[in-house]
Design a protein around this ligand. Structure first.
Ligand SMILES: *Cc1c(COP(=O)(O)O)cnc(C)c1O
Length: 353
């Protein structure tokens, strides 16, 4: 009898953007930072004591939790560190979404949320965004087993203000409300202060985008210490030593170099605003983005045509084959130079599709 297949856990996985490796490529498809990590990160890695790799790392990544706590002015026991925010989010789903009632998140959002819900057997409802990609707060007044909102939302780029989130939280005091702030440093509207008012609010951020460390895999959550403790208990039932010693060293240096972080974030925001003007000039339509990407559709040229023509030029953007958004492209913001090249090639495509 060969019945082992009957007992497989089958799941349709999340599909990340492709990671091509061409020397001349312009990579605008996975919202990575176009600027290298801080010099302080480079130094920390170069001076890293490799002998220490013999030893297991600190289970709670204390040095990194400390640096994060200092930077955001919270207590160390209000910080949870993980292997990218995907890891932190997965653990948060497992820890907080244990009700028979459905978890709520928008129908267009980070497409990993429904994958974790499926993996963990969590029921969920995805209220529609309106035609301008706005969340309707009233959809989140219904009974539920938890709420997760990406703010700014992905892949739309739309950011809600704190008052809007506060309203959703006020209607959901009996469940955990997670705010995924992967792109918040490009908007400046963090809801972190709400964690001081509401003990059921968890903020999740990452070093992957605004701190140029996607390859290091560092994410973190902040919230009241009972939430963090509950996540720790789940984490330590799974893997005692999630963060490597090297990623802790790099993460501490990245968090501490505020100056470089501010400088690179400002540059990306300036380039984003320049790119918005150029895209409008070329006939693109998009909701206003407060992230390091723009989610745009063209008035006449089909998104998949543009996607393929750009790819021929080794310019990679993201195209989702999802109903409702399949005529959109998600364009990450590169350096000013990369975006100039991108716009010049895009101009040829929309003129002669
Ligand atoms: C990129 C992204 C993440 C995950 O980032 P990590 O690299 O795992 O930290 C989480 N949420 C959203 C909305 C993202 O776009």
């Amino acid at each position: 009898m060969k019945n082992w297949k009957d007992n497989l856990r089958t799941i349709e996985p999340y599909v990340p953007g492709e990671q091509p490796d061409l020397p001349d490529m312009v990579k605008l498809n996975t919202n990575e930072n176009p600027y290298p990590p801080s010099e302080k990160v480079v130094k920390a890695i170069k001076e890293f004591n490799t002998d220490s790799l013999r030893l297991y790392p600190d289970p709670s990544s204390g040095a990194l939790a400390d640096a994060i706590a200092q930077n955001y002015n919270v207590d160390k026991n209000q910080v949870f560190v993980g292997v990218g925010s995907d890891d932190v989010l997965a653990i948060a789903f497992m820890t907080f979404f244990n009700s028979n009632k459905p978890v709520l998140f928008p129908n267009i959002t980070y497409s990993f949320y429904n994958v974790w819900a499926e993996l963990f057997g969590i029921p969920y409802i995805r209220p529609e965004l309106d035609k301008n990609f706005q969340i309707n707060a009233k959809d989140y007044y219904q009974e539920n087993g938890g709420v997760i909102i990406a703010n700014p939302n992905a892949p739309t780029g739309v950011c809600q203000d704190i008052g809007f989130l506060r309203d959703i939280i006020e209607h959901n005091l009996d469940v955990v409300v997670i705010i995924d702030e992967a792109y918040i440093d490009f908007s400046g509207k963090s809801a972190l202060s709400l964690t001081k008012e509401y003990d059921n609010v968890l903020i999740i951020q990452t070093c992957s985008k605004s701190r140029s460390l996607a390859g290091m895999r560092i994410g973190y959550a902040m919230g009241n210490k009972e939430l963090i403790e509950a996540m720790d208990n789940v984490r330590f039932s799974f893997n005692s030593y999630p963060m490597t010693r090297l990623s802790v060293a790099a993460g501490v240096a990245a968090i501490q170099d505020k100056e470089y972080f501010i400088e690179t974030t400002r540059k990306i925001i300036a380039t984003r605003e320049w790119t918005k003007k150029e895209l409008r000039r070329l006939g693109f339509i998009f909701a206003d983005s407060e992230t390091n990407f723009i989610f745009a559709t063209h008035q006449s040229v089909n998104a998949s045509v543009i996607f393929n023509r750009l790819k021929e030029k080794h310019i990679f953007v993201r195209h989702f084959n999802t109903p409702g958004i399949n005529n959109y492209l998600r364009i990450s913001i590169g350096t000013q130079e990369e975006m100039k090249y991108f716009i010049s090639e895009l101009e040829k495509i929309v003129l002669y599709p």
